[in-house]
Write a protein that binds this ligand. Structure first.
Ligand SMILES: [Zn+2]
Length: 565
């Protein structure tokens, strides 16, 4: 089609930096646009989906859905744009959006006018669109329209610009091929500067009929869950068949007072499931006390579990109750039970058999009513054979074993777990990190998760701390330990970024060391960098953070990792 572009219009920068961000990976069935997964979709397929939206939702609702769909991809591209051309002028950095729009096969964009000042919130731009795929599809299926039709594209331009400006910016089509013009022409300015601002604002909100349908649907879903006999209590995230099965078993166990043994690898969340069991049963309003036997120093285990009388040993200056007493009427969760000494085991057996125990250094026998949930990732049968675990105790606690599956066997629960941890850490650290990139998600799905849910939790916590508000957590902030080429490359980039934002001799040396020792020594590099900065700042963490271009909490978090602060 004749796309003569008058020379007086702004020429966008060379597009090769964008081209090289697209990566086809047929081996895994993925196409990557930098860290976002994208796909090739036939325009006719999109056209028929678009048609169906118009037919089933009506024109106004369909416009809204298309606009918001465009909005999302515009926002995603804006995250990318912010990183791509850090040295360029605002105008050229902004051009990533229009250029991506063309590269992605949506529309050809020519800039007519461009004014942008993020600080004052000023924005005004005019573009000419040629070869709009959306107008093409609209004309093919619905014929000429009375009003502009490129709603998805308008959403993209609005989402992209709003994300970069950090205020709502709306584009409008003043000419459109879909209504018989020679080209589409769009104008963008902050929402509040449009006369019909109230009307346009509705485009952003999900308060449309379609959304209402979705929310009704999810309400029905919720109601179904409420009346269903298995209620996954909110602390458990899991749609996977293996977790559903575990919850059914837990519910059965909860109805009785039987001793339960939770089995499973480290980090699978045995304590969480024990808590759920407690909450489901008749003791739910009584205490739920937990003890990790591996975390207690050997000499103190008995005192911790059974309490101690004043003067029982040096240092026992007051009498105090042990965990069994504190759990009276409720549930005691004994984690890592395989770590208990044989002495402690025999006392435990006595409580389980007779509900009786003595505090350390006491002559009085006390009575207690406690339900026991034990847990271990050790092979107790083997310990029994080795003579390290009492066989009678083993039979007493192993009446009702429940195996919690490892995370790699319930990968479908990862997105839900990520949401839960994001909520938790966003609120703990007063942050607003919006999610993780598709690339992380795909790497998470391919990962074996030796540390299970706890490992995922730690990664998300780290990601929330290292990521800016309303950004997505990227691979280089969380995938340090995952051995793939991509990660190593991103470590180098990350290291480079740290150095370029830092400057200064100590940091340059650290970077040199890092390069010499190879990508495996990122931690070492990071430590050197932090140490150097801290030294230069004479121990002042805030000052060190400023010199590294980080926020003080980010810096403190990293320093803590190396016991520097
Ligand atoms: Zn148009």
């Amino acid at each position: 089609m004749g796309s003569q572009i008058p020379e007086e219009f702004h020429q966008f920068p060379d597009i090769s930096d964008l081209r090289s961000s697209v990566r086809f990976d047929a081996g895994t069935g993925c196409i990557w646009l930098e860290q976002q997964r994208v796909m090739l979709l036939h325009t006719t397929a999109f056209g028929s989906l678009r048609d169906e939206l118009f037919r089933s939702l009506g024109t106004e609702n369909a416009k809204g859905v298309l606009f918001r769909m465009g909005l999302k991809s515009g926002e995603a591209d804006a995250h990318f744009a912010r990183r791509l051309r850090p040295q360029a002028s605002d105008e050229d950095a902004f051009a990533v959006g229009p250029q991506l729009h063309a590269l992605e096969g949506i529309v050809h964009v020519t800039q007519v006018q461009f004014e942008m000042d993020i600080a004052s919130g000023h924005y005004f731009a005019e573009y000419i669109w040629q070869n709009s795929f959306e107008a093409e599809q609209h004309l093919a299926s619905q014929g000429l329209s009375k009003t502009p039709v490129c709603w998805h594209q308008i959403g993209y331009a609005s989402g992209y610009t709003s994300e970069l400006m950090k205020v709502p910016v709306v584009f409008k089509e003043v000419e459109c091929i879909g209504k018989g013009d020679d080209q589409c022409r769009i104008i963008g300015k902050p929402l509040k500067e449009w006369e019909e601002a109230e009307e346009l604002k509705k485009l952003f909100s999900q308060d449309s009929m379609a959304e209402e349908l979705y929310s009704l649907q999810s309400e029905v879903q919720n109601l179904r869950e409420i009346i269903s006999p298995v209620i996954p209590p909110e602390s458990i995230v899991g749609q996977s068949p293996s977790i559903t099965e575990v919850l059914i078993i837990i519910e059965k166990a909860a109805k009785t007072d039987v001793n339960v043994l939770m089995l499973g690898e480290t980090g699978v969340g045995k304590e969480t499931f024990a808590g759920v069991l407690h909450k489901m049963g008749p003791r739910r309003d009584d205490p739920f006390i937990t003890v990790n036997c591996a975390a207690l120093p050997e000499g103190l285990v008995e005192a911790e579990l059974f309490g101690v009388e004043k003067g029982a040993y040096t240092g026992a200056e007051v009498s105090r109750a042990g965990r069994f007493e504190r759990a009276h009427g409720g549930t005691l969760f004994l984690d890592e039970i395989g770590e208990l000494s044989l002495d402690a085991q025999s006392k435990l057996l006595r409580v389980l058999q007779h509900g009786e125990f003595d505090r350390v250094g006491d002559t009085r026998t006390r009575k207690v009513d406690v339900r026991l949930i034990a847990a271990t990732n050790a092979n107790l049968e083997e310990l029994v054979q080795l003579g390290k675990f009492r066989v009678d105790l083993y039979y007493r606690i192993n009446i009702f074993p429940i195996v919690i599956p490892p995370l790699r066997e319930r990968l479908e629960d990862i997105p839900g777990l990520i949401r839960k941890f994001l909520d938790r850490f966003n609120s703990r650290y007063g942050r607003n990190v919006s999610g993780v990139t598709d690339k992380i998600m795909s790497r998470f799905r391919a990962y074996q998760w030796p540390g299970n849910v706890r490992e995922l939790e730690n990664l998300i916590e780290r990601g929330v701390i290292l990521t800016e508000d309303s950004e997505l957590i990227e691979t280089d902030s969380v995938c340090m330990g995952m051995p793939t080429e991509d990660v190593d490359a991103s470590r180098v980039t990350r290291a480079g970024e740290l150095v370029s934002s830092a400057g200064g001799g100590a940091k340059k040396n650290a970077f040199q060391l890092f390069i010499e020792q190879g990508v495996g020594s990122f931690d070492h590099f990071e430590k050197n960098l932090l140490e150097g900065a801290l030294q230069e700042a004479e121990g002042n963490v805030n000052k060190a953070a400023r010199s590294l271009g980080m926020s003080a909490p980010q810096c403190r978090y990293r320093m803590k990792k190396f016991n520097l602060a």
